[in-house]
Every structure is written in C-alpha cells, then in structure tokens.
Design a protein around this ligand. Structure first.
Ligand code: BG6
Length: 458
C-alpha cells in the first residue's frame, strides 16, 4: 500500500459560480458570466447558463453531509464576489453574508478543513463595465472585498486563496475570447495580469493585517512545458512557454519579483503595463504562505513557425507553438493529455527553484462526456476515474518521498458542476448530479475516495 504522510489532506475543490446557482431574490449581483449568457446563450454548451449550476445555494446542508460520506477531510470552495457585493463595491448583501457564514460553520462542525478562494473567474459586471482588471479601481475594490471576507469569515477558514488560475482570465478574456470581455489585446492582457498580481499581493497584506496567523495562498495551474526536441529553438520555446504560463504569477507570488526574461520580452514588444515603484514594493513584501497547484495536463511545445507581424495582435504563439506529440496518452472524452509524471516534475521544480515552499495539489481530475452510459446498478461505475487518480497519486507519492513539500490532494470536483462555456459537457464529480431533478448520487469513485482517505493511501 502507498501510504501518505500523517495528516495528509484528502478532498475536492469546487467554485461558487460553478455550483451555487441563482435563486430569485437572493440578492446576488450579476457577474460577467450571467451577463454573457444573457447576450449570447448560444456560446454555452447546450445553451445551459450559470443560473443552472448544481444548486448548492439551496442544497448546501445535504451537500455538506455528502462531503462526509465521500471521505473529505478538506474542502475547497469560493465566495462569489457579486453575491457579497452585488456591485463589486458599496453595499454588502446580508443574505450573502448569512449564507457563507452558515456554509463555513457547517463544514467546520464536521471537522473538515476549509480552503476558501476569493476569485474564480467571476468579475462583478458593474466593475467590468468600469474596465475590470484593466482598471486600478478594480484592484482597490478587490482589496476591500478580500479584507471584508477575512474580517467576516476568518474564524472559520483554515486557509485563504486570492485567485484561482489567474493566467486563465488573462489569456481567455484578453487573447483567446473564451471569457468575457473577449478582447484580443496583448497590451490589455499584460495590464490585467499585472493588476491581478497586485490585487493578490494586496490581499495577502490585508489578510496578515487582519490576523498575522491567517494563512493565504494563490492557486496556479502549473503545466510543465516539454520541448519537442533537444534543439535550442525548441528548448527556448519551452522556456518561454513556462515564463508566460507559470512564472508570470509564480515568481511574483512566491519570490516577490518578475522573471527578468519575461520583462525583457514584454519590453521588446512595448507591452509593459503601467506600474509604480510603490506597487512593486507591495508585491515584493507580500508573498504567499503556501501554494495551491492545479494540474491536468502538460504543455508540449515547439519552436514557432511564424514571425511576429507588428500589424497583427501580439500572441505568445510567436514564441512557442503547441506540439502534437505522437503517441501521447489522451483522456478520450475531454481531449486532454494524461501525463502523470507531470506531477512529479512540477513538484521537483517547486522544490528546487521555489525554496520547497509548502503546497497542496488543489485540482486534478478527469472530465468525461456522456458519463451516464456508465451507470449500472444505479451508480456511475467510473473505474477510469479511480485509475486516473491512482496514476497521479503514485507520482505524487514518489515526489513526496523525494522531498516534495506537498500536504494534500484535492480532486476536481465534488458534485458534477457547471463549467463556463463547456457548461455540463464534461462531468468531473465524485457525486453525480441529475440535471433535471438535482438528485445527487455518489459514484463508484466517491465510495473509493472515502476508503482512500480513511486508509491515507491505497
Ligand atoms: C479548471 C478550472 O482549470 O478546469 C475549473 O479551475 C474548470 O473552473 C475545470 O471547471 C474543468 O474545465 P472543463 O472545461 O473541462 O470543464
């Protein structure tokens, strides 16, 4: 049996905008997803929008019972900014406060460790209208929101998170059009990335000001970048891919400074954001206490074929291109590569290049389309998911034996949930959701996960 260190955390992650749903009169303000669905519902898989998530807002009491039944000793969720502050700033929604307080209290009463994230791609619409992350006003509004959360809920929360996968809202919102506001504007993307980092560092500062013992982190999707070949051009492509995809937030969050090579690329293309020396000092002085790492698949890259044309929008692809490596193992349902060793490799990078900072694997999981076909005897028989988890845990265990400072494994996700443009296309949960009736049924993996947690290994 592979045993994990004593006190290892076993659980799952979800996010508020993907699980809560909207209830008439709940006082929640609109965020960019609510708005985008109103104006372009056809963009969302099967035209299912964010109001129809797994209904956690109504069902949370029963759902918290399910946490116990699936062996959770840790649970990660988030707060919806627009549920707490319907306009992003100004008046607070008392129903939102009461809701989160009750959720957090109940999770704690179960003896489950609670990780709470403050931002999972869910910009309040009113702030987006004023420029969103392109505007410094949003940074101040976020700092106020974060500080309010620390003050209101700090007694229940074991660990705070400033942002989930911030590179995603930068790229998807400002380069690739998968998130609202769907811009293609590299200068704006750089400003958004910088202001997001500044907001994160200001939240770290506020958190420690509210209580010096509170712990706070940032969650980054660390995808090791593997070059196509040993050729220096491919090697460079991989290095630059890591600069953009990982180090752009990892370095300032953990080391307090940006990598010089990234700064010089941005300078070369006249993409440096507006900044002040005072802001850089805030970033330098307020690094995270630990790290959350999401890992689904690696990046395979090669030297690019194209030269940058100053007439067209700058994209990182002018430095690296995806490489479709022959023979790679795929998740046949989701189209993402499965490469378990990526966990080991990223663990060694954290150990060697980032002072072996404490970390938790905060997302890893297998999305499956058409999962209902695997229902037998009233339960989804998801052996493929169990195998997927085991494969990654073997590599994580090996990394821990080799000195990785990892303290927990959280699966994406708890109950099947709504996922942005993909809506309900891919199911990831330990618990199946019937979209019509909202009935929850534990999958085979949910029962297996309980044993995993009780045995602290498999
Ligand atoms: C993660 C995000 O990167 O991927 C989640 O943090 C998301 O919010 C998950 O749901 C799965 O994505 P998808 O598109 O396969 O449903």
């Amino acid at each position: 049996m592979l045993k994990f260190p004593q006190g290892f955390l076993w659980g799952s992650s979800t996010s508020a905008p993907q699980s809560e749903g909207r209830v008439e009169g709940d006082g929640k303000g609109e965020n960019i997803w609510d708005y985008w669905y109103e104006i372009e519902p056809e963009k969302f898989h099967n035209e299912i929008g964010p109001e129809k998530t797994s209904g956690f807002y109504k069902n949370y009491k029963e759902d918290i019972e399910l946490l116990e039944q699936t062996g959770h000793n840790v649970f990660r969720t988030s707060i919806q900014w627009a549920r707490l502050f319907p306009k992003g700033t100004g008046d607070i929604n008392p129903d939102g406060v009461a809701f989160y307080e009750d959720v957090f209290k109940r999770v704690k009463e179960k003896g489950i460790e609670l990780i709470v994230n403050l931002y999972h791609f869910d910009m309040p619409l009113e702030l987006q209208k004023m420029g969103g992350w392109e505007s410094k006003e949003t940074v101040y509004a976020y700092e106020n929101y974060a500080r309010t959360c620390f003050e209101l809920f700090g007694e229940y929360v074991d660990s705070w998170v400033t942002f989930n996968e911030p590179i995603v809202h930068v790229e998807c919102g400002y380069l690739y059009q998968f998130h609202y506001p769907m811009k293609v504007d590299a200068k704006a993307a750089a400003q958004v990335a910088y202001y997001t980092q500044l907001a994160s560092s200001m939240a770290v500062k506020a958190c420690h000001e509210v209580d010096a013992n509170y712990r706070i982190s940032i969650i980054l999707n660390l995808t090791p970048a593997y070059p196509r070949s040993e050729h220096p051009a491919d090697q460079k492509a991989a290095r630059v891919a890591e600069l953009f995809q990982a180090k752009s937030f990892l370095d300032p969050s953990v080391k307090g400074e940006y990598p010089e090579e990234l700064v010089s690329i941005l300078k070369e293309h006249d993409l440096l954001p507006e900044y002040t020396e005072e802001e850089l000092a805030i970033i330098r002085e307020n690094t995270v206490d630990f790290l959350g790492v999401n890992y689904y698949q690696p990046l395979r890259v090669k030297a690019p074929q194209y030269q940058w044309n100053p007439e067209s929008p700058f994209l990182p692809e002018y430095y690296y291109e995806p490489h479709d490596m022959p023979g790679k193992k795929m998740n046949p349902y989701r189209g993402w590569e499965i490469y378990e060793k990526g966990v080991y490799d990223l663990a060694m990078t954290i150990k060697e290049d980032y002072g072996n900072i404490e970390w938790i694997l905060t997302e890893n999981g297998m999305g499956v389309e058409g999962e209902a076909q695997y229902r037998e005897d009233g339960m989804i028989q998801d052996d493929y998911r169990i195998e997927y988890i085991q494969g990654h845990l073997r590599e994580l265990h090996r990394a821990i034996e080799d000195g990785a400072n990892c303290h927990g494994y959280l699966l994406w996700t708890f109950i099947d949930c709504w996922s942005w443009l993909n809506a309900y296309k891919n199911r990831y949960g330990l618990v199946e959701l019937d979209l019509e009736t909202e009935k929850r049924t534990i999958k085979k993996s949910g029962h297996w996960f309980k044993e995993l947690s009780e045995n602290n290994g498999f």
